[in-house]
Design a binder for this molecule. Structure first.
Ligand code: NDP
Ligand code: VSD
Length: 272
């Protein structure tokens, strides 16, 4: 898929941060956009921004209010929507939450919310929309994971359980989906300057900050551009930025080295 003109792009988490940046970028490429998230006011505001980024008045920007953490129940909402709208050519699952903290300080409620939104939310969204994409025999699914989806970082026990899970899910689905003309990729951004990053600062332990500090936060627009480049090259693992790409390679070949460097930073911080 090299041109996105008149394609239908569905984006969960499309009302903020990385999802919204992707929506604006694809709107600029001439695509129709469906923004999916919970809060209706934020959806409405994002819709205006995305509409302003469109290059033709014929492009549609629609909003679909949905809580993806509702499990199998979301199938009903998405099924109903699909009876009235075209199937996605591209599905981007960016809806997600992060609550970094020391393992014992992560409340059960936050662990469950993290798994329900990030992992199960991705599962049920893809599971609901996949049949229509398969039937058409083409399409692209991008699941948003994280650098914390392949490196275990201090403080991200719950979050990484969800984000490693997404990479496992995508790795298997990729193999099945290819037989039906559907490409699957995972996007693994470093810290990205979004409302979520500011929110997580509230509980982020200093050890987590020390390790994450290795990579400077990037703007969401940068992540969106890197995603588009990665999709054009049909990369499975899309790692925005030179640092992210390098660290992923190093981690793949020398995971113990990465662990040792990170752990030295953790220990230096913990002594203060
Ligand atoms: N920012 C970062 O540093 C990084 C983020 N990521 C990942 O990127 C993705 C997007 O993060 P980011 O843009 O920073 O976050 P934001 O908080 O800016 O945006 C999150 C989006 O997800 C939506 N959302 C959250 N929960 C639900 C839900 N239960 N159902 C439907 N929509 C939901 C939000 O809308 P609403 O609340 O209205 O539902 C919002 O649109 C996440 O998966 C995150 O883990 C990965 C690497 C780095
Ligand atoms: C030569 C080798 C050096 C090794 C350094 C390794 C550094 C790892 C940094 C990982 C940072 C994790 C970012 C998580 C982003 C995220 O998903 C959250 N912000 C959620 O919103």
């Amino acid at each position: 898929m090299t041109s996105f003109e008149n394609r239908w792009i569905y984006i969960t988490g499309g009302s903020s941060g990385i999802g919204k940046a992707c929506a604006r970028l694809f709107a600029g490429e001439g695509a129709h956009i469906v923004l999916i998230a919970r809060n209706q006011e934020r959806l409405a505001r994002a819709k205006e921004e995305v509409a302003a980024a469109c290059r033709s008045p014929n492009q549609e920007v629609l909003t679909l209010p949905l809580d993806v953490s509702q499990g199998a129940r979301i199938r009903e909402t998405l099924g109903k929507w699909m009876r009235e709208h075209p199937a996605p050519d591209v599905l981007i699952t960016s809806a997600g939450v992060a609550y970094p903290n020391y393992f014992e300080r992560i409340p059960d409620e936050w662990f469950e919310r993290t798994i329900d939104t990030n992992l199960k939310g991705t599962w049920y969204t893809v599971h609901s929309l996949y049949p229509a994409m398969k039937q058409r025999g083409s399409g692209y699914i991008v699941m948003v994971s994280s650098m914390a989806g392949y490196i275990g970082v201090f403080g991200y026990t719950a979050y990484s359980a969800s984000k490693f899970g997404i990479i496992g899910f995508a790795s298997c689905l990729r193999s099945e989906a290819e037989l039906h003309g559907i490409t699957v990729s995972v996007l693994c951004p470093p810290d990205t300057d979004t409302p979520q990053l500011h929110e997580e600062e509230k509980t982020k332990p200093p050890e987590t900050k020390a390790v994450s500090g290795t990579v400077k936060p990037v703007p969401p627009q940068f992540v969106a551009r890197e995603l588009l480049k990665g999709m054009r090259k049909r990369r499975f693992l899309i790692t925005p930025g030179l640092e992210g790409t390098l660290i992923e390679k190093i981690n793949r070949h020398f995971p113990n080295l990465v662990y040792t460097i990170n752990q030295a930073q953790v220990k230096r911080t913990a002594h203060h």
